[in-house]
Design a protein around this ligand. Sequence first.
Ligand code: GLA
Length: 380
Amino acid sequence: MIKKVLTACAAAVVLASSIFSLTGCGEKKLCKVYEDYFKIGATMNFGNYVLYDDIVGEFNSMTCENEMKWNILQPTEGEFNYSLADQMVEYAQENGLGVRGHCIGWHHKDAVPSWVYEGTYDDAKARLLTHAKEVVTHFGDAVYAWDVWNEMLTDDWDNDDTNLYRVSTADDATNGSRWHELAGLARNQSAEDRQAANDKIEELIVDTFAAAREVAPEGTKLYYNEYFANNTYKVDKLIVMLEHLLAKGCEIDGVGIQAHYDITSFDPVMLEDMIVRINALGLDVQITEIDFSMYDYNADTDLRYTEFTQEMEELQASCYGKAFEIFRKHADKISCVTQWGVADDSSYLFNIPVKNRNDWPYIFDAQHEKKLAYDAIVDF
Ligand code: GLA
């Protein structure tokens, strides 16, 4: 009897491993090349993930582009809808990919329903903590890392380390935030008022991490996620914020560096410096949203390329190559590198920041063939 059970177990293991090798990180795949360094991720959405069966095996981590954001998971108070995310998680699991959860707290008006902010700071914070506990509980073991907060820092280019966070939407309609408004942040306020508001923002972050930690399965990693756009002051602000959070007992494991770059202004020195400085605080790093657009973010909106030239492809390959050289050098500090998309047939960059614009940001082309950027990453 025991022998029969053992034989059945052995058969199951053989079957499982052959299924895994069909779909998971096979020989010569990107994630296989990097298996001793860090996970290799891609971001997909509900509209495009079915397109990528042919190359999904290159990756061993997946982020849902929008399907785990607040407006999709809890559009109406108390009514959770996990159907899109659950289908994508199932697809990831069938293909041997772990899942990053993105994101619990954010200010973006398209991603957070306005009912969340009704009433006082305390009312909104209570809804946030409920949301955090619900979603982390729902996904449980299926998500190995969460972006607990996304993009809290100001974009101001100054070295004032009391000016850390966004301001109210009244002060800045584009970059302002309702969370920051409820916490009392405003332009031109007294040092005392700003300090009190900064404390409330940090309390919001610390308490969200605590709520997520309380219900997360053991081993789940919790991150703060942020973009930097070559603003070195913002890196200084990040470090000050992290020092405050750690002093306040924040249960944070690491920082997600979004890394939305472009081929004209990429600054590898700043990227490396950031990885080293985050790690010096005892925190892990994940590169959560890398891509290399053809356009500087602030480029004239009339600039619209119609063709991906050889020169662009070479420059892009050299950018990806340099970035991954840094990632390999600091592999002891980095646990995952995720491309914000899969292949050039589908990208948020076709509409952000300029509507209907061509771009070629990824390592696979629109036919899912490997670009020079792919070679630059694997040939080392
Ligand atoms: C940020 C967010 C992502 C995504 C991109 C697209 O980086 O973290 O979820 O929305 O912007 O612009």
